[in-house]
Design a protein around this ligand. Structure first.
Ligand code: T1G
Length: 698
């Protein structure tokens, strides 16, 4: 077993390095060896100070998440932190990389904290549905005050070293870890600095009344900001406890609260999502292939998608050539880029010099020949098969051998596009989500004849762009949109059967989505769905149920936000839209045409049907191997469609709800409509074997 802790002595200073790559997670082996090293250094008479640091890329990035759900193993982290704090010699931590969670909690227990200027420092436990469980809620407020501590822990977002210094969280920002930490430690020894233990610092928390008001106010704000989430509220409880009890009582309360949260479905779902988004890159193709060279990119199309993809590639450090069919369109594309980058400068996300450097890597032209030497071309032209085929034929003739030709299509058949080229092995689908420079999901669509190294290159591009890639097979709508079409239809059926679009949206919002389906249709543009329904009409089984209501709105030009009205009215400046009595009249008219007697739908019933439709189609997608594994569907819905992260994704939700119950629901609805509600073979098989979706996530 390789050593996890390295202990060396430099004259009168002990230096303890934590070595558990890749993130120096605080596993039980690390904790055991760390405690032994601390005891040894403490006992050494000639040691006058101890430096704690992380080897490799980072100071510990937290507890070992892989240990959650296993029986706790001693020594636990609070014990180690208490030990550090009570050593009667100065313990200095030298921070770098991502000092997060339990790693920061170790730092809080140290007597001095130095941080490399590029360090990210945070307590992200809420992103796992947890709270800091090793003294964080009790020590951080003692260094930076309750309001700042609560905001930092409730958001879970890291801060940089400069901000940490300003807040009083660290003592010094240093330029390098090794030299400076030794130098400043020797200073401390020479000046015989008397340090105060963090737990004994009370000057920032001695205004109990004011702090109680702060906590209550922040707790209420976080109730809205982090809707339905338990952990941010529980942090507030720990802070209230801090105000009314000793450090030890406060720490015990925190520990008990941590273990309570560890048992919740919310935390299990968050942890599932954490590993799911890292599993989606584990695809069969990279077992036998490496990415091709990817040093230059071409983008055909400067519209919303083309310019978003261009920005994503530029921000990934790649040189990009944008092609448009004429100068006017090219100028519009340029304006799209300038608008985004000017806003980045305004918001302080990028400096002018950074934007200047980015544009130094950007070329725009109407001449396709400019693409002859790029390593990859991504087309983002009008979503119509013949238009795309034209572009593919031109690219096939122009781009060099070995260059990859990708389509950004959101549902068209990539095999058909590949068939018009002489090189189907170089053709792949890269389905970006709008806005492509912001949305992290990237569906990588794998056609029949593509070579493995092209697929590997797609995943490499995703890594460069900091996207979350999901491998998808070829079908109409791939993974995300194919499933969306089903639960979208389910929403239409409930609307026609008696629920209003507004009741359905409210139910889905309460479930945890940022908005309901009808608000989403209005945001995306009703004309897009209308075009899809018209395209699919020739393939539609005439016995399939079809709801005409959305078409009736589109026939009036009510496409949603872009036209001022859709399912909602947007003419009173309310971005979320106002209910529209005229829409309700159209709905009633359509019900009368079909002699439908409207029935009431409770919120529970709306969710039950909506989720059953989503899960049933997702199961078909997995069964047909369009998605590699259930957790890939979770990642798709979490990162591309607003599924609430504290529920882990539709497949995780189904496992929590119970697959047998899902199948019972589907069979109940099948009696109303045996075509739409045909139970997925996969669910039937899993229920028969007593398995769940997670059993398929290797
Ligand atoms: N535990 C176990 N494995 C971890 C891990 C962790 N904390 N963090 C990362 N990994 C694995 C990850 O699964 C991947 O494995 C590999 O390391 C590289 O990760 C007591 C209870 C630090 C910003 O939440 O945010 O402390 O896929 O691809 O992009 O109060 O990792 O290679 O097999 O993400 O460079 C709090 C979680 C824990 C931080 C680096 N800490 N990690 O990003 O690499 S709870 C966190 C991250 C806690 C205390 C509480 C990121 C990163 P594989 P990666 P990266």
């Amino acid at each position: 077993m390789t050593k996890k802790i390295d202990l060396v002595y430099q004259e009168n200073v002990a230096i303890i390095s934590i070595c558990n790559p890749p993130v120096n997670a605080l596993s039980v082996e690390v904790r055991k060896e760390l405690l032994d090293a601390l005891k040894e250094a403490e006992k050494k008479e000639n040691v006058e100070a101890i430096i704690l640091k992380g080897s490799g890329k980072t100071f510990p990035a937290g507890a070992d998440i892989k240990e959650f759900g296993l029986p706790p193993q001693k020594p636990d982290l609070p014990t180690i932190n208490d030990y550090i704090e009570n050593i009667n010699k100065p313990v200095i931590c030298a921070l770098h990389g991502n000092t997060l969670g339990g790693g920061l909690e170790i730092a809080l227990a140290c007597h001095y904290r130095f941080a490399h200027f590029k360090t990210k420092i945070g307590l992200p436990e809420v992103s796992l549905g947890l709270i800091p469980g090793a003294g964080g809620t009790q020590r951080l407020p003692r260094l930076i005050g309750i309001p700042e501590a609560y905001k930092m822990m409730a958001s879970g977002l890291p801060i940089n070293a400069d901000k940490a210094l300003k807040l009083g969280l660290i003592n010094k920002v240093i330029q390098d870890i090794d030299e400076s930490s030794i130098h400043f430690t020797k200073d401390l020894i020479e000046n015989n600095n008397n340090f105060i233990k963090t737990k004994d610092r009370n000057e920032l928390i001695n205004n109990a009344n004011e702090d109680k008001i702060n906590i209550t106010e922040l707790k209420n704000n976080f109730k809205k900001q982090y809707r339905n989430q338990l952990a941010p509220q529980k942090i507030g409880d720990c802070l209230e406890k801090l105000l009314q009890s000793s450090f030890e009582e406060g720490q015990n309360f925190e520990r008990n609260t941590f273990f309570e949260l560890l048992k919740t479905e919310q935390s299990k779902s968050y942890i599932h999502a954490f590993f799911a988004e890292r599993t989606s890159s584990k695809i069969p193709e990279i077992k036998s292939a490496h990415p091709r060279n990817l040093n230059t990119v071409g983008v055909v199309g400067g519209g919303t998608m083309g310019s978003g993809i261009t920005i994503a590639a530029l921000n990934a450090g790649l040189p990009v050539t944008m092609i448009e069919r004429n100068q006017d369109s090219l100028d519009k594309g340029m304006k799209n880029l300038e608008k985004i980058y000017n806003r980045d400068i305004e918001k302080g996300r990028l400096s002018s010099s950074q934007v200047e450097e980015i544009f130094s890597r950007f070329t725009k032209t109407t001449d396709f020949e400019a693409l002859s030497s790029v390593d990859m071309v991504i087309e983002a032209v009008f979503e119509e098969m013949n238009v795309k085929k034209q572009v593919f034929k031109i690219l096939d003739k122009i781009v060099k051998k070995g260059s990859i030709i990708a389509s950004n299509t959101s549902y068209l058949d990539i095999n058909e596009l590949a068939s018009v080229t002489s090189r189907p092995e170089d053709v792949i689908g890269l389905h970006f989500f709008s806005p492509a420079n912001i949305m992290r999901l990237l569906e990588i669509v794998v056609p029949d004849k593509v070579s493995n190294d092209v697929v590997a290159t797609g995943f490499y591009l995703a890594k460069l762009m900091k996207k979350i890639p999901v491998r998808a097979g070829v079908c109409d709508g791939f993974i995300g949109n194919r499933i969306l079409n089903k639960y979208g239809d389910c929403a239409y059926f409930m609307m026609e059967d008696g629920a209003t679009p507004y009741e359905i949206d409210k139910a889905i919002f309460e479930f945890g989505y940022p908005m309901g389906p009808f608000q989403m249709f209005d945001l995306a543009g009703g004309d897009i769905g209308w075009a899809m329904r018209k395209r699919l009409k020739p393939m539609r089984d005439k016995n399939e149920r079809y709801v005409h209501i959305p078409d009736k709105l589109c026939e009036k030009g009510w496409f949603g936000q872009k036209t001022g009205r859709g399912f909602y009215r947007y003419d009173k400046g309310n971005r979320r839209g106002d209910e529209d009595p005229e829409v309700l009249e159209i709905i009633n008219l359509e019900r009368q045409k079909k002699s439908i007697i409207p029935t009431k739908f409770s919120q529970e019933e709306i969710i039950r049907r909506y989720m059953a439709a989503m899960i049933n189609e997702a199961s078909n997608v997995i069964y047909e191997k369009i998605a590699l594994r259930p957790s890939d569907v979770d990642v798709t819905k979490l990162y591309g469609y607003g599924f609430p992260r504290y529920r882990g994704g539709p497949m995780k939700y189904a496992d929590s709800y119970g697959l047998d119950k899902i199948l019972d629901d589907i069979r109940e609805f099948e009696k109303e409509d045996s075509i739409f509600w045909k139970p997925s073979n996969l669910i039937i098989e899993l229920v028969k074997k007593g398995n769940n979706f997670d059993s398929l996530n290797e």
